[in-house]
Design a protein around this ligand. Structure first.
Ligand code: PEP
Ligand code: MG
Length: 762
């Protein structure tokens, strides 16, 4: 058997190609190039790529070397049909020495030059999403070996993101064929002056409005009717400038926010470079339409197509398209790159995706008004991590105020002023002229937190993204009590590999230099969905495939994450925490994954931490019932009060209609917490709180009164909470807490703790 295949070169070549796709003009050429390289290096007679079409549940041959070219677009297999269909159905590679002997083998004799016996195929996956199948075949039986399999797998992994982008373009092209132009819907603009809401991230900002999502055409129309003379050359120039700016933004994002940054602007670039998009504009200009009108028309056409489709991947691209159109027109008409961004603007949005928020933050938006959002929802948490002043309001009419209205955002108070009067502006002038850092001043924080009678309380930080490490230092947090590892997964539009995760976790350990760090495993589901695992539709996502349930069902993703954590924790004190544990079985299953991951690393000879401390979050009533069984086997517990309150009281933490029923001080919650702390004391188990209750000045003393000595909270809340603790004695808060535990009415507890009564339930 000829063994002069050069698979290592092949992987390098492909890695380079994947990067080159962004620059290539045609998707078909790209796929053809890829399979030619693979066939050449593997010395295989046939190499083909099949892509998965979700709506049809079929895979379609999209490029081939070796099979007749008529086969492209025509060979269609149901999921599970033939060996190739089986690979994608069962998500596993298949290697056959003599494929004709496998009963699943499906032959298309009219397309083959000769029978190809050796068969090797691997699934192309991005995270959980099926992208397609990569197949090599050869007439010589038993031609492919283990190394070929490994190489093909590595290539499929590298190509997944690129191919998914390519697929997106194909979907766009298909959509163009299937649908006609839709008419823009005119919107009414109402006069609003002051809207009150809730603060999700404090700060004060003044800027012009930009409405994200709705009314997208309005911003294009101003340009469309501009009579300024522009030429085709001007359009080419604008195209070039736009590409340069987007590439620059992506670079900036990668240096500032490396953990969540990957390919955030890829859809913009992809559409921009798509010959069909620019070709359409060029053709319209050549037919005599002014360039600005041509751009606006084509962009609107795409927006309408995306809006109308049932494909969620494409619907999400509406905002990207709006952004791209605005940028192109700015470069064509105004030649001021700073205005092409959302720099200094106040964004008004509804249903914002985390990745969109990140894009807007990179473009230095000054503030955000989020309609219908909730404080503990992931978009609010992210806005806070990114430090964008954000107000949550319940006023959909704001979406219709249009572009370029003056908006003053007082996120400290939760006020949004539209076209503020001189009187309002004068009132805020001094604050607006001070930079956010100066406004905050240097917080006066002690290194250690001690109650008046000498009880030591440890204040640690909850963080979501790496850039918050600066805040951890500034606020003198004594460690990281909760790293929410899901943020790189939910913000990015691709799936972080083991290596990428490793680098993120490693940075945390290195930064914290010996202070304790608790890494929580993936807590997706609920309102934290992975945009690329959207086929998971649940009626009650908070009661669904969430957190540890998701990880245990997706074992390979879980193993990847644990391996990354074990590797990153090498030489450090490594604490791994599992979210939403409901039973001893959940914990044991998760622990088994740690053992398996460790074994794999041992076999691979990769340095790692062999004995991490394993802990769990207590968030479910079932975990409280099981606490005496869980306590002996775990090293620590942390009470996730955000979820505990939600599950004990059956109040959706993201539902603003019942926000008044979400009562952390409810007697049932306090008694449940007391049971947890009592059990921890019985078993001499370390217990902390990492939910928002720790950052609530009314509730933090109660937690201390219950006997908790470690609180993990948003680092920005430390300056507010530390004085509350240093002001009290343990004895007095313990007595007060005991009193509260004896009460059975919410109102009584509210009066005792000085909590303003909420609604009629107080
Ligand atoms: C909690 O539930 O209290 C918690 C800290 O986890 P998350 O807010 O990420 O669900
Ligand atoms: Mg939780």
């Amino acid at each position: 058997m000829p063994r002069n295949k050069d698979n290592v070169d092949l992987i390098c070549d492909i890695a380079e190609r994947a990067g080159l796709f962004e620059k290539s003009s045609s998707l078909e050429n790209f796929l053809d190039t890829v399979i030619r390289i693979i066939a050449w290096h593997m010395k295989a007679a046939v190499c083909s790529i099949y892509l998965y079409e979700e709506d049809q549940n079929e895979i379609v041959l999209r490029a081939t070397q070796g099979l007749k070219s008529e086969a492209v677009g025509n060979i269609r297999l149901k999921l599970g049909e033939g060996l190739t269909g089986l690979v994608l159905k069962e998500l596993r590679p298949i290697r056959e020495a003599r494929s004709s002997q496998n009963p699943n083998f499906k032959r298309f004799p009219y397309l083959e030059e000769q029978p190809y016996e050796a068969f090797l195929a691997v699934p192309i996956l991005r995270g959980l999403n099926r992208i397609g199948v990569l197949v090599v075949q050869d007439p010589q039986p038993d031609y492919f070996d283990d190394n070929d399999l490994k190489a093909l797998r590595a290539i499929a992994a590298q190509l997944a993101t690129t191919i998914e982008s390519a697929k997106l373009l194909m979907d766009i092209h298909d959509l163009q064929l299937r649908q006609g132009e839709a008419d823009a819907v005119p919107v009414e603009v109402e006069a609003l002056q002051l809207v009150r809401g809730k603060c999700a991230c404090d700060g004060i900002a003044l800027g012009k409005s930009s409405v994200i999502g709705r009314n997208v055409e309005a911003s294009l129309e101003a340009f469309e009717n501009d009579p300024a003379p522009r030429t085709l050359d001007d359009f080419y120039q604008a195209l070039k400038e736009t590409e340069g700016q987007l590439t620059e933004l992506q670079k900036e994002l990668e240096s500032e926010l490396s953990d969540v940054a990957s390919l955030i602007f890829s859809a913009h670039l992809l559409i921009l470079k798509d010959a069909e998009f620019s070709g359409r504009i060029i053709k319209t200009i050549e037919q005599g339409t002014p360039p600005q009108k041509a751009v606006a028309q084509v962009v609107k056409h795409y927006i309408n197509l995306f809006k109308a489709t049932s494909n969620p991947n494409l619907r999400e691209k509406v905002q990207d398209m709006q952004d791209l159109g605005h940028r192109l027109l700015m470069n064509l008409m105004v030649h001021d790159p700073s205005q092409a961004d959302y720099a200094g603007r106040i964004l008004i949005a509804e249903d914002l995706l985390p990745s969109v928020l990140l894009k807007l933050a990179t473009q230095k938006a000054a503030g955000l008004v989020h309609i219908g959002g909730n404080l503990t929802s992931h978009v609010s948490i992210l806005a806070n991590s990114l430090q964008i002043p954000t107000v949550l309001v319940d006023e959909p009419r704001l979406l219709e105020i249009g572009e370029d209205r003056a908006v003053l955002l007082d996120a400290d108070q939760g006020n949004v002023f539209i076209d503020p009067s001189d009187e309002v502006l004068n009132h805020y002038r001094a604050l607006l002229e001070t930079s956010p850092q100066d406004r905050e001043g240097t917080p006066d924080i002690r290194e250690q937190t001690v109650t008046r009678d000498g009880r030591r309380i440890v204040l640690q930080a909850n963080i979501n993204i790496l850039s918050e490490l600066r805040m951890v230092d500034r606020m003198k947090a004594e460690g990281i009590g909760l790293y929410r590892s899901e943020f790189p997964f939910i913000v990015r539009n691709d799936f972080p590999s083991e290596e990428e995760q490793y680098r993120v976790y490693r940075k945390i350990f290195e930064h914290m230099a010996g202070k304790p760090v608790t890494l929580r495993t993936l807590d997706v589901g609920g309102d934290k969905f992975l945009s690329y695992a959207r086929n998971l539709k649940e009626t009650n996502p908070f009661l669904g495939l969430r957190a540890i349930r998701f990880s245990l069902r997706n074992r390979s993703i879980f193993i990847q994450q644990i391996k990354a954590m074990l590797r990153a924790g090498e030489g450090h004190r490594l604490r791994i925490m599992f979210p939403m544990i409901s039973s001893l079985d959940d914990f044991i299953a998760a622990r088994d994954v740690v053992l398996e991951s460790r074994q794999q690393l041992e076999q691979e000879g990769i340095a790692h931490h062999p004995h991490p401390e394993l802990g769990i979050m207590i968030e479910l009533p079932s975990a409280i019932e099981m606490i005496d069984d869980l306590a002996p086997v775990v090293r620590f517990i942390s009470i996730g009060t955000n979820d505990l309150v939600q599950y004990v009281l059956a109040v959706d933490r993201t539902n603003e209609f019942i926000a008044d029923l979400y009562q952390p001080h409810h007697p049932a919650v306090l008694r449940a917490m007391d049971r947890i702390v009592q059990a921890a004391e019985r078993h001499q188990l370390e217990v902390s709180v990492c939910g928002d209750m720790a950052a609530d000045p009314h509730m933090a003393p109660v937690l201390i009164g219950l006997g908790i000595q470690t609180l993990s909270l948003n680092p920005r809340s430390i300056p507010g909470i530390q004085p509350v603790i240093t002001d009290v004695t343990f004895e007095e808060v313990r007595d007060k807490t005991q009193q509260a535990l004896r009460m059975n009415r919410v109102g009584e507890i509210e009066s005792l703790l000085g909590i303003p009564a909420r609604g009629e339930h107080g």
